[in-house]
Structure formats: structure tokens, C-alpha cells
Design a protein. Sequence first.
Length: 64
Amino acid sequence: MKVEHYTGDTPECRNVAIGHVVKALALFKQEIRTKKAIVEFVQRQTQNSRPAVRKKAEALLKTL
């Protein structure tokens, strides 16, 4: 979740990194289901300015 505070070249770089994290988290649905901080992180990403990240986050939340 530190990726939310990442300061790369541009804010869009941060969003791309967040998208990769959300995609990786999808591989661990069973384990993260009960982790409140992780679920909240994914919920926050449904408001991300990058459409692909929003879509990944919304899809992941539907499966939790």
C-alpha cells in the first residue's frame, strides 16, 4: 500500500504501479478477503484517475 505514496516521474507512473499491485492482489483473493487495510486500499482505487486501475479494482472487489 506504500505504492499510493510513490513519487515517480509523473502521477501517471504511480497509477500504473498501483494497477500492477491491484492485479497482483487479485491472485490472493482468499487471503486478502479478511485484511481490512488491503480491502480499503482496493476500494480507494475505484476512484483512481486511471480508468484501467478503476476497472481492475472494481473487478477485484466483486470477487471478494
